[in-house]
Ligand binder design. Structure first.
Ligand code: IPD
Ligand code: CA
Ligand code: CA
Length: 266
């Protein structure tokens, strides 16, 4: 029989997991650890990534032995489960491996495949982002909302480049299009933080391609709960398995979608 849990019960385990993993990665930051790579010599994975994911899985399993997982390092498990935890044990691994403090732990919770809770913790900056569906988004317990900027030409933008470039869109072409038009444009190296920084109103918009569910899940709920519009490049609602993403405030979203599509065709 399907067991259901209250959101507060789930939230308490989510907080325990994200904070323990955050404290763990902070304790290993700028120490010596084994660094390996996946497909692509710069697609790094460290022993801290795998240990962090194991730590998270073990905390969740202790409380909810029948839940499923969609994790970056240990893969999918128990995908038939009513509840699934979507885990990025370090988002921004390349930053982490080089001692750059722009990295975080990201965990989203799915109930019947719908996002209900998300937490993103950057222990280096002591910033914990959290959202519960329908209840708003928070940074260290303070409510956050997206920016109110409406002037396209002054939009403060962030993007990222996937390890595997998509075949249908050239990310460099789109980047160049905005850079040539003198938009203030950044590339932080952590998609989960990019999403949360849009949620907090620091950036006006974030776009990227070929992200994975663990990059997107928690940050997407946090951004939505902070008032962001989240779509693919054709304007369809964003899903955790979507291969393109544009997240921005409601004033800029349509104009940025137009610009991205013009850039793609250019
Ligand atoms: C990466 C980061 C980066 C994004 C890449 C992701 P990882 O995740 O989120 O910002 O550009 O596409 O794969 O490998 O650091 O967990
Ligand atoms: Ca990631
Ligand atoms: Ca990762």
């Amino acid at each position: 029989m399907m067991t259901t849990h209250s959101n507060s019960e789930l939230k308490s385990v989510l907080m325990q997991a994200v904070q323990s993993a955050g404290d763990f990665i902070l304790s290993k930051f700028k120490t010596t650890f084994k660094v390996d790579h996946k497909d692509g010599i710069n697609n790094l994975v460290t022993e801290v990534d795998t240990a962090s994911e194991l730590l998270i899985i073990n905390i969740i399993k202790k409380h909810f032995p029948d839940h499923g997982f969609i994790g970056e390092e240990y893969g999918d498990a128990n995908m038939e489960a009513t509840y699934k935890w979507v885990i990025d044990p370090i988002d921004g691994t390349v930053n982490f491996a080089h001692g750059v403090p722009l990295c975080c732990v990201s965990i989203g919770v799915l109930y019947q495949d719908e996002l209900i809770l998300g937490a993103v913790y950057n222990p280096m900056m002591q910033e914990l982002f959290f959202a519960e569906k329908g209840k708003g988004a928070f940074l260290n317990d303070q409510a956050i909302v997206v920016s109110k900027h409406a002037v396209l030409e002054k939009a403060f933008l962030v993007t990222g480049f996937p390890y595997n470039f998509p075949e249908d869109v050239d990310p460099v072409k789109v980047f160049a299009y905005f850079a040539q038009r003198k938009y203030p444009l950044r590339r932080l190296g952590s998609a989960a933080l990019d999403l949360c920084w849009v949620a907090a109103g620091r950036f006006d918009a974030f776009w990227e391609y070929n992200l994975q569910p663990w990059d997107i899940a928690a940050g997407m709920l946090i951004a939505q709960e902070a008032g962001a519009i989240c779509t693919t490049f054709d304007g369809s609602p964003l899903e955790i398995y979507s291969k393109q993403l544009l997240v921005s405030n409601s004033h800029l979203h349509q104009a940025l979608l137009n610009e991205i599509n013009v850039a793609i065709q250019s």
